[in-house]
Ligand binder design. Sequence first.
Ligand code: GDP
Ligand code: MN
Length: 434
Amino acid sequence: MKLHEYQSKQLFAKYGIPIPKGEVATTPEDARRIARDLNKRVVIKSQVLVGGRGKAGGVKLANTPDEAERVAGQILGMDIKGLTVRKVLVDEAADIKQEIYLGIVLDRVQRRAIMMASAAGGMDIEEVARTQPEKIIRVAIDPFLGLREYQTRQIAYSIGLNRELIRDFNTIAQGLYRCFSDVDASLVEINPLIVNGEGKLQAVDGKILTDDNALFRHPDLAAMRDVDEEAPSETEARQRGLSYIKLDGEIGCMVNGAGLAMATMDMTALFGGSPANFLDIGGGAQADKVAAALRIILADPNVKAVLFNIFGGITRCDEVARGIVAALEEVKPTVPMVARLVGTNEEEGRRILAAANMGTAKTLAEAAQKAVAAIKGEAGVIQLPPVEVKPLKAARKVSARTGAARKSATPAVKKPAAKKPVAKKPAAKPKAKR
Ligand code: GDP
Ligand code: MN
């Protein structure tokens, strides 16, 4: 979860990091009052959960309360990268002499938190990393020893900080690391950390990304979530207990189980497709949950086909099939769909889907290939060979069925030549975000 600039800075302040005085306004009149109370030149800053607000015109200075009201009126309601500005932060304007970047991220390769700093602060740090990587200093933090003072001193020297500021810099860096650890963040960032007119360090912008898997132990942070800022599909997914992460591909995937979802994404990539999302509907998924998941997948305009991969255990395939049919009636999709249902009550599930004219597949490999083929021109609802309906008695032997399902999936998974290029990308993405 992302925190707003004002929320991040308020947290930073609790860790001894100096921030400008300021308050949040939701109306131009509010902004005027705050500017009058501060009785200084102010900066009006859009509070939206994207970077580069400055370049987009979402950060502006105002000399008087009148001007503050007018500028806030311009910024409130503005669209920044698809997000509507509903709040502005009215801060005492800083007199900026120097802009520094200071951040901490989790480095999964080193299995450490990394402190990063650069004298080229203020601008897009990704851009600096791309064009002038030598301008970014990286220091790995030992989780047992914590951030050591010699490390922060080394950083301060490397970015050419005035020697008189090294003590304060150490306090800020230590505070930032404590904040990072305490809130279970995956990223904390001050960009820019400035040297102001009085020669003091101050955090002018702030960003915190928290790890959603740790939010349960931070009710105070969870309460800071700004639902207005989330994509509606992500809000619905969270409220329904679905794990959903949007990706950039074209094949919508609905799967029960995180591992199975990863495998499905890999398999899709293996046959030349790209997954539009990671979606785990969880165990024992009921019809209404399936319908919600389908709605969420289809709300993504990039989705050109949908692949269902359901492994029935506690989840019953017929229940899922009914959910899919109910969802089809509600959502009326125009993209082709293919479903692979295996496990408890699979025949019943396939019968329900076949009756609704939907394509089914017996193995994941077959389903993935069909979904990819559907996108590459062979459009329309995929026509598959008739479903082989086994006697109902067999449906009760769940354990036997589970074995059979595993067997049928094996040949595709084993393809040795194709194994290498199995896209690391889609599999890594949701991991990184979760
Ligand atoms: P971002 O563009 O979303 O990262 O928003 P920032 O808060 O980092 O603001 C962008 C840029 O606006 C900063 O790098 C500064 O150059 C400038 N800026 C922000 N606040 C102030 C301020 O109080 N005074 C002055 N003079 N410039 C500011
Ligand atoms: Mn910034």
